[in-house]
Design a protein around this ligand. Structure first.
Ligand SMILES: NC(=O)c1ccc[n+]([C@@H]2O[C@H](COP(=O)([O-])OP(=O)(O)OC[C@H]3O[C@@H](n4cnc5c(N)ncnc54)[C@H](OP(=O)(O)O)[C@@H]3O)[C@@H](O)[C@H]2O)c1
Length: 280
């Protein structure tokens, strides 16, 4: 593909950062979004030094806040009026129930609302000739079911189960968006990166994190391998016209029955739009 401008969220560490390194090596112009300006600047320097690519730009925003998604999308559009690839990669698990200052449960806000709003805000600026949206989901979605009467899990919050639900939302969102964009030249795909030895989960404390760190050391793949499917979906000509699919190890994989439920896709879309409308 001729595309060359790629925006990556959650790009200062883990899978997002390694995806950035790999795409920088391929000569893409990158817009990296992170929440720590100092770290972001260091990452840009590091990737430039490593790859010799100087077309790497940093945008600072706390993506769990919708106001920040709005602000940063404007900055990005000013810098890049036409975007070829958007990789929604940011994500975290919060073992304790917390709320953002905008009143949303934090897992739901960061892992789902941000993907939804950020994408919608950048949609008009995606290249009309050919563009891609890549959403980093997870096999953690298997077994998750949404409760539409308590979509954020306010009444029944449990850390990992709510993370699983947020990753199911990533897939429902990807499939619904792919369907809505089917008559355009923008494709939408999502993926499971594998169990990756990143900083994922380290924002929590207690026994669960100790066990997670041990499992990451013993069983997880490295971030370079974890970034492979994101890089593939962003850059390979193999999937120029493939849209609305879930990938693992660069291959289409069947996602859960719940993620294929068309009614759930539409209900999630409507609820999300309503929540965001109520905010503004
Ligand atoms: N690791 C796995 O085994 C695994 C498996 C399946 C799916 N995934 C998915 O892969 C994606 C990336 O995860 P990872 O493993 O690379 O995690 P990670 O190592 O924790 O990296 C997360 C990245 O997101 C950034 N970030 C976190 N909160 C943010 C916020 N509020 N605003 C802006 N940026 C924020 C982090 O910034 P800082 O650098 O400041 O921390 C970091 O750059 C997530 O969507 C996750 O659900 C991971």
């Amino acid at each position: 593909m001729n595309s060359n401008i790629c925006i990556i969220t959650g790009a200062t560490d883990g899978i997002g950062k390694t995806t950035a390194v790999e795409l920088a090596e391929k000569g893409f112009i990158l817009g990296l979004v992170g929440r720590d300006r100092g770290k972001g600047k260091k990452v840009v320097k590091e990737i430039s030094n490593l790859t010799g690519n100087n077309a790497i730009h940093y945008f600072n925003a706390d993506l769990s806040l919708m106001s920040e998604n709005k602000r940063i999308s404007l900055e990005i559009k000013n810098k890049f009026p036409v975007i070829d690839i958007l990789i929604n990669n940011v994500g975290a698990a919060f073992f304790k129930k917390t709320f953002t200052e905008e009143g949303f449960e934090t897992t739901f806000a960061l892992n789902h609302l941000s993907y939804f709003l950020f994408t919608k805000l950048l949609l008009k600026n995606l290249n009309k000739q050919c563009s891609r949206i890549v959403n980093v989901a997870s096999d953690a979605h298997f077994g998750a079911k949404l409760d539409f009467s308590d979509i954020q899990g306010v009444k029944s919050y449990e850390g990992y189960p709510n993370y699983k639900k947020s990753k199911l939302m990533n897939i429902l969102f990807s499939y619904e968006l792919a369907d809505r964009l089917k008559n355009t030249s923008t494709t939408v795909n999502c993926l499971h990166p594998g169990f990756v030895s990143s900083k994922f989960g380290h924002n929590n404390s207690g026994l669960k994190v100790i066990l997670l760190r041990i499992a990451q050391k013993l069983q997880a793949i490295n971030v370079k391998d974890g970034a492979k499917t994101s890089v593939y979906l962003a850059s390979s000509t193999d999937i120029d016209v493939i849209s609305g699919k879930y990938f693992y190890k660069k291959k289409v994989k069947e996602s859960s029955p719940e993620s294929n439920d068309i009614d759930s896709r539409k209900r999630l879309w409507d609820i999300t739009e309503k929540l965001l409308e109520d905010l503004s």
